[in-house]
Design a protein around this ligand. Structure first.
Ligand SMILES: C[S@@+](CC[C@H](N)C(=O)[O-])C[C@H]1O[C@@H](n2cnc3c(N)ncnc32)[C@H](O)[C@@H]1O
Length: 288
């Protein structure tokens, strides 16, 4: 099938989303065209959009999708696979560890295992409540796009100065801010979050924005093969990148489509990337 036939936004070259199985969506796309692939696959825990299968079959199906993603990945590109834990009879199975060999098989290199920490979720009674998930950031080669400046965060002590030596009196930390590190604290999208839709587990757009700003340049292509309600494409298009994505559930693609229309018209609410996690003045607020 021609790619153009399945696009919901044929008139906008920056947005290429469809309601499709991801292997069908990816097959016609050319090798090496995606600078960034960022996604969160089903965790095989029985959410409304997935059929729970054995861990073995789950890994087999992930292997097929990962192989296709690696084919599409640009030689200087990055692949960010965001997962939590699969839970089996009260025992947790860390999916990033289980899936790691699939990426290594293709020669990808793990650059960071980012911990995404959030405060809200199920309260467990027989183990500690889960309050993080991981984003494994892989690159295809050693020469990869990485921009630190656009994702720097405020220094803790910006006024601190060197007190001796040749730099005495000068600021001791980078005035542009510091490296955000590999533990990222972004509120997860629960009922009070300004981005909440009907989807049970959507990305906060600010998480995608940090990856897009660090790992791509304007005009680059960004893909999410498990698009959900379009958060990845929103994060990409917001910063002048081209967003590709697909989901098999028509209702989610419809919501993605509506959110992208709101983005185009300047009315989409997203949580600003530079807002502190808790702002006592505006605990639930959001703005463009
Ligand atoms: C964890 S959610 C992703 C949510 C997304 N990050 C967002 O911000 O909305 C996983 C998504 O994968 C979709 N999905 C499951 N199997 C798929 C397949 N074979 N092809 C495309 N999408 C699929 C599900 O419908 C679900 O929306």
């Amino acid at each position: 099938m021609e790619q153009a036939e399945i696009l919901l936004f044929p008139s906008d070259e920056r947005i290429r989303i469809a309601c499709r199985d991801n292997l069908d969506f990816m097959r016609p796309l050319p090798d090496g065209g995606m600078k960034l692939i960022v996604t969160s696959p089903p965790y095989n825990i029985g959410k409304s959009y997935e059929r729970r299968s054995s861990l073995h079959r789950y890994v087999e199906s992930q292997a097929r999708v990962i192989a296709e993603c690696v084919r599409l990945l640009h030689p200087n590109g990055s692949l960010c696979w965001q997962v939590g834990n699969h839970v089996q009879g009260g025992e947790i199975v860390p999916l990033d560890a289980i899936l790691y060999p699939l990426f290594k098989q293709h020669g990808l290199k793990l650059r960071n295992r980012i911990i995404w920490h959030f405060e809200h979720g199920l309260h467990c009674s027989k183990r500690l409540s889960g309050r993080y998930e991981t984003i494994n950031w892989y690159t295809k080669g050693d020469d990869y796009t990485f921009h630190l400046d656009p994702i720097r965060v405020p220094q803790k002590y910006p006024e601190k100065k060197h007190f001796k030596g040749p730099k005495a009196g000068q600021f001791s930390s980078n005035p542009l801010g510091k490296n955000p590190g590999d533990v990222w604290i972004f509120p997860n999208v629960k009922s009070n979050h300004v981005e909440k839709t009907n989807h049970p587990c959507q990305f906060p757009v600010e998480l995608v924005e940090r990856l897009v700003l660090a790992l791509t340049d304007p005009g680059d292509a960004v893909l999410d093969p498990y698009l959900g309600v379009g958060s990845t494409v929103i994060g990409a298009v917001k910063h002048g990148r081209v967003g590709y994505g697909c989901d098999i559930v028509p209702q989610y693609v419809e919501i993605a489509w509506q959110r992208l229309r709101s983005l185009q018209s300047g009315t989409l609410l997203t949580r600003p990337i530079d807002r502190p996690v808790y702002d006592p003045e505006k605990p639930y607020g959001g703005q463009k």
